[in-house]
Ligand binder design. Structure first.
Ligand SMILES: Cc1cc2nc3c(=O)[nH]c(=O)nc-3n(C[C@H](O)[C@H](O)[C@H](O)COP(=O)(O)O)c2cc1C
Length: 363
C-alpha cells in the first residue's frame, strides 16, 4: 500500500517521526555480500540532522542496527531488517499544528485522507522516513560498485537563482563534501551557503535543484515500455518529500534546440559504441546506452517557515499559524545522499531484472 518500492531488489520502509523508530526491510539482496553497520552508517551520517550550520539543528544520531539477514559479516540472501531508534523528541513544538494545517505541508491532506494523523514532527510525512531509503541505498551502492565499479554522485546545482556552471568532469565525493551545501564548485557553494544563512535569519526557506550522475553503467538497464529506466527514476525521485520536478539529460532546456543541434551522434569510443555528446542523459528508448546517466530533481522551499501565515483549522475556520520548531531552511544539502540512494535502488533493481530476463539463458 505505497510503502514498498522495487521489483527484485525490494524495500519496505516503516516508522514515523516522533514514533518509536524508523526502519527498512530489504528483500532480494544477493547473498554473500560483505556488509557491516559501518557501510550503512557512513551514508546515514550524510543525511542526519544537525550536521552543519545550514541544516536543522535537531540532534538525532541516527544509529543503525542490522537486525536480520547478515551472518558473520555476509548477507544471507534473506530479508535484511535495519532499525534506527528516534531521539530528540520535542512534541511541544508541534502542539499548535494539531488543529492548524501548515501551508504547503502534508497536514491537511493526511488528516483529510486518513481521518487521523500523528502531527508530532510531521509523522510519516516527515523526511525521517527517508532513513530507511538511505540505509537500503547504501547496500545498493555497494552492490553497484562491486558489480561494475558503478558510482552514483549527486550534488547541488542550484539554490534559488544561484546556479553552478556546468560541471564537466564526474565530481569526486571529496569535492561534493568539501562544502556543507554539497556543491562541488567552491565559489558558487560559498554564495549558496550565505544565501541559505540569510533566509534562515529571516525565518524563511529556499529550494533548488540537485543533479545526479552515474558512471560505468552498462548498456541495457531499463524495461520498456512502462518500466523505462527514466520512468522508474522519475517515480523514485518524485516519491521524495518536497520534490517538484524531474528532468533527464537536456531536459526542459533541450526543447529550445532543433533536432540537428540536439541529436547525440554515434562514434567509436575506446573500442565500443558511444556518443559524441550526451543530451540523452545516458538513456535512449528507456534503456541505458552506456554513457553517463544524468538527471536533475527540483526541490521546493521548506514548507515550515518561522513566520506567521494565514491558514485554516480542522473545523475549516480561517486562522493564523506561527511556524515553530527546528526546521531545515533548505532541504537540499541533506537530500543529496537521499537522491543517490533512490537512484542506486532503481539501478540495482534494473541490473537484476536485466540479468534475469536477458542473460540467464544461452538461446
Ligand atoms: C531532507 C529533507 C528534509 C526536510 N526537512 C523539512 C523540515 O525541516 N520542515 C518541513 O516543513 N519540511 C521538511 N521537508 C519536506 C517535507 O517533508 C515535505 O514538504 C512534506 O512532507 C510535504 O510533502 P510535499 O512537499 O512533497 O508536498 C524535508 C524534506 C527533505 C527531503
Amino acid at each position: 500500500m505505497g510503502n514498498s518500492f522495487g521489483t527484485l531488489f525490494r524495500i519496505s520502509t516503516w516508522g514515523e517521526s516522533h514514533g518509536g523508530g524508523i526502519g527498512v526491510v530489504i528483500d532480494g539482496c544477493p547473498p554473500r555480500l560483505l556488509l557491516s553497520e559501518e557501510d550503512i552508517q557512513s551514508e546515514l551520517d550524510r543525511r542526519r540532522p544537525g550536521q552543519s550550520e545550514i541544516t536543522t539543528p535537531r540532534k538525532e544520531s541516527d544509529k543503525a542496527t542490522i537486525v536480520s539477514g547478515v551472518y558473520e559479516g555476509l548477507t544471507l540472501g534473506t530479508p535484511i531488517a535495519i532499525y534506527v531508534p528516534n531521539g530528540d523528541h520535542r512534541p511541544e513544538a508541534y502542539k499548535e499544528m494539531k488543529d492548524k494545517f501548515r501551508p504547503s505541508h502534508a497536514d491537511f491532506t493526511y488528516q483529510t485522507k486518513f481521518g487521523i494523523r500523528n502531527h508530532e514532527g510531521g509523522g510519516r510525512s516527515s523526511a525521517r522516513e527517508t532513513i530507511g531509503r538511505v540505509a537500503a541505498g547504501a547496500i545498493a551502492q555497494k552492490i553497484l560498485k562491486q558489480a561494475n565499479n558503478i558510482e552514483v554522485r549527486a550534488f547541488i546545482r542550484r539554490i534559488h537563482t544561484i546556479e553552478a556552471p556546468e560541471i564537466k568532469e564526474f565530481p569526486s565525493l571529496e569535492a561534493v563534501e568539501a562544502s556543507p551545501v554539497r556543491c562541488p564548485h567552491p565559489e558558487t557553494a560559498e554564495a549558496m551557503v550565505n544565501f541559505i544563512k540569510k533566509m534562515r535569519s529571516k525565518g524563511d526557506s529556499v529550494g533548488g535543484v540537485i543533479e545526479c550522475r552515474v558512471k560505468n553503467l552498462p548498456v541495457g538497464l531499463g524495461v520498456p515500455v512502462f518500466d523505462r529506466l527514466e520512468a522508474d527514476l522519475a517515480k523514485a525521485m518524485l516519491s521524495l518529500p518536497a520534490t517538484k520536478g524531474f528532468e533527464v539529460g537536456s531536459g526542459f532546456a533541450g526543447t529550445e534546440l532543433i533536432g540537428s543541434e540536439h541529436n547525440d551522434v554515434f562514434i567509436e569510443k575506446d573500442g565500443h559504441v558511444g556518443t559524441a555528446t550526451n543530451r540523452s542523459g545516458g538513456v535512449q528508448g528507456g534503456i541505458s546506452n552506456g554513457e553517463e546517466l544524468v538527471f536533475r530533481v527540483a526541490f521546493k522551499p521548506t514548507a515550515t517557515i518561522l513566520q506567521n501565515q494565514a491558514t485554516v483549522d480542522s473545523d475549516g475556520q480561517e486562522t493564523e499559524l506561527m511556524g515553530r520548531g527546528r526546521h531545515d531552511p533548505c532541504v537540499l544539502p541533506r537530500a543529496v545522499p537521499i537522491v543517490e540512494s533512490m537512484a542506486a535502488l532503481v539501478l540495482v533493481d534494473h541490473w537484476m531484472r536485466h540479468k534475469a530476463q536477458c542473460e540467464s539463458f544461452n538461446f
